[in-house]
Design a protein. Sequence first.
Length: 464
Amino acid sequence: MSGPLWLTPDDRQDTLPVIPRPRPRWAAADDPVDELAERLRDMIEAAVHPDEIAAILESDGMTDDHIRLTYGRRNSFELAEDLYDRVPRTYPEPVRAPGDPWHVALLPCLLRGLVFALPGLAYVLGAPFATGAAPVAVLLAGALTGWAWNQALAHRAYTWLGLGDRPAAARALLVGAPLGALAGTGVACAAAGAGEGPAVAFASVQALYQAAATVLLVLGRERLLLAALAPMSAGAVVALAYDVPDPARLVLLAVSPLAVLVLAAGELLRGAAGSRRPRPGGPRLLASLPYGVFGLATGVLVLYAALDGAPSGAAAAPGAVALTLSMGPAEWLLHRFRSGSLAGLRGATTPGEFRWATLGTLARCLGQYLAVLVVLAALGTLVWPRAGGFDGTRFLGLLLIGTLMWTGLLLQAFGAVLVAAGVCGVAALAVLCGAGSLLAPGGAALLLAALAFARLGRATAHRG
């Protein structure tokens, strides 16, 4: 730039006297960067990384050309780093302590974990009707199909609920749940051989239950689901200690799924009664696909590790039941991590300090989840002594699978579902192709834990 504004008093002897213009109220110095720092001081003081300041500058309409001409910096990031260095971090205490939006009660989460695990008691009642490896393989094939389908369906319905459109969520469940039941039954039929009609029938009931239970869980009807499962659960507990006649087993196996199906149908009919035309710009179908892949991959890894690579009997029960029951505490600890990261954002004064705070929160929550998993496995071994104890390999496999599942769910919660689904999918494919039962889950667990820290150690991942 050129002109009289850049002249010294000696250079201006042949001009009229200069009358200085009043400086803005917020100006603190002749340096325009100091003036900007003073004007934005409150926001700069609260930033834990220069990138947050750069976002403020860009949202204020400052282009790189304007920044070069006015402040002599190349772009918003260079100016943000300068502002970050000039203004110290301070965190004045608010008049009222802010609330924790991620606080949830423990009891509802434990209830959901119990609801996830109770259907496994159906295998206790149905054991006399499906003996041998082939019928069990039919049941597992149908179950894996249901897990994958209903995981994707639940994501789509939850997305509609998040948009405030409950009728659209009910419509998605009304269409998707029956299709999922048909898919599970079809896969079970394809996996069945001659003389395996009872296993196919059991798999069909299992597919119907999975679809109906997904409806009730998504719509927040866990207590209704728990009440419907009570007859079958009580009968299975009795069957563990006494010989229950086959007709009674069949009645108990039919009553609870039928009750769940009736309750789910009632919820969907009530939801459809208030349906309206879907709003434009709803969730895409393909957006739910990674969630289905994640459900399928984790299901394969859990079953493979629990069964030691072979579809055989009860030896896997304590580990599989522990993993299922632990999903309730896992959900609660995901919220605790959110709360801890929010506290870290409020208290950290540097990016490094925030990263270490996040690492501590991550390690604490993951450690608590693994401790719960160990306690549940030990209790399962005491309740079911015929299943045998845990040797070192099975114990380590349980911890690795638990780490994989919790860190995968954590990454999903922060929008990194493609990462979680990809890593778990590769690990599941590896074990199906004959890799060691600990090598693939172990590598996937360590990778997901490292990715979780790398991604969540940045303050920008926790904004919003």
